[in-house]
Design a binder for this molecule. Structure first.
Ligand code: ADP
Ligand code: F6P
Length: 330
């Protein structure tokens, strides 16, 4: 239910920042926030480099033109940063003070769970706040979609297809490591999309390297001439694993760590459209008098949750996708 709009939570000027790791589609969200706010008669101030820019007062007025020609670009036009100072009460007090100094009554934070924690601290200091989930890792529990995941998976998938060509030609085993920090969503999706023989997810991996080795030997016996293993960053040690697998199986094995290439690049249509919807929704929530909320995508709809409630949620890779992927990799 919409909160009653009082003088205290009235919205006149929205600040917007991107924080944590950048993600393709952040620009579409910024553009939607600016243009939806302007359409509602509000002012918008851009804050560069996340909470660092807030503390440094790197703040500028935004108009419709400031967000021209960015929807198709990867990264974030507002730059991003990780800001240790904002983890302290003094930093948070200063952040709220700077908001008030610039007439910013509301802030939209585009980022991950860490950034939402920061937003909550501003809310506690009298600033209206809304979080918009953006991370290639898809590791925000309250939402089935995060800005950047779709592009990152597609980028990684294309890279893995290329590795597969050379791996097949040389009849090798390839271990390809994808990002995701502590989460295995990119690995799971790439594992399925690239038809991998094994997918290692930090949430489920039992460190049973013997099982992987046995699998390779058995498949070699039935005529498989290459073997693709998608390893999540959260499991790691791809180079060590490659050496051990080669020694145990006799199959030449190479490790490829895809790295930051999967965080850049022009966003997919899905990332552009969903990020636009989430950015617009964030402004609408503020206009309804809501605050301390996170925008989410759940069961086919754009919804919102209390930040604390959202941060307390847990999620795991989809059980059906995991079990299905094992059957498909025969
Ligand atoms: P993400 O938002 O992608 O999860 P981080 O965890 O690196 O990325 O957080 C981004 C930034 O958010 C941090 O550098 C810090 O400035 C701020 N932040 C993170 N956790 C907190 C916290 N508990 N309190 C205040 N600010 C935080
Ligand atoms: O959160 C996005 C992410 O790319 C993770 O997948 C990865 O663990 C981390 O950021 C890398 O961070 P950095 O760019 O600071 O090395």
């Amino acid at each position: 239910m919409a909160r009653k709009v009082t003088k205290a939570n009235k919205v006149e000027t929205i600040g917007v920042l991107t924080s944590g790791g950048d993600a393709p589609g952040m620009n579409a969200a910024i553009r939607a926030i600016v243009r939806t706010a302007l359409a509602n008669g509000l002012k918008v101030k851009g804050i560069r480099r996340g909470y660092s820019g807030l503390l440094d007062e790197d703040i500028f007025d935004m108009d419709a033109k400031s967000v021209s020609d960015i929807i198709q670009r990867g990264g974030t036009a507002l730059y991003t940063a990780r800001c240790p100072e904002f983890m302290t009460a003094e930093g948070q007090d200063k952040g709220a003070y700077v908001c008030k100094k610039y007439g910013i009554d509301s802030i939209i934070v585009i980022g991950g769970d860490g950034s939402f924690n920061g937003a909550r601290k501003l809310y506690q200091r009298g600033i209206n706040t809304i979080g918009v989930p953006a991370t290639i890792d898809l590791d925000i529990a309250c939402t089935e979609y995060t800005i950047g995941f779709d592009t990152a998976v597609n980028t990684a998938m294309e890279a893995i297809d290329k590795v597969r060509d050379t791996s097949t030609s040389h009849e090798r085993c390839s271990i390809i490591e994808v990002m995701g920090r502590h989460a295995g969503y990119i690995a799971l999706w790439c594992g399925i999309a690239n038809g991998a023989e094994s997918i290692l997810l930090p949430e489920l991996y039992d460190n049973d390297e013997e099982a992987i080795i046995k699998n390779i030997i058995e498949r070699k016996r039935v005529g498989k001439t290459h073997h693709i293993i998608i390893n999540a960053e959260g499991v790691g040690d791809s180079n060590g694993m490659a050496k051990r697998i080669e020694a145990a199986t006799g199959v030449e094995t190479r490790a490829t760590i895809i790295g930051h290439i999967q965080r850049g690049g022009s966003p997919t249509a899905k990332d552009r459209v969903y990020a636009s919807a989430m950015g617009a929704k964030a402004v609408e929530l503020l206009c309804e008098g809501k605050s301390n909320r996170v925008v989410a995508y759940k069961h086919g709809e754009f919804v919102d949750y209390d930040i604390m409630e959202a941060l307390a949620m847990k999620k795991m890779p989809d059980e059906f996708l995991v079990s299905m992927s094992k059957k498909l990799s025969r």
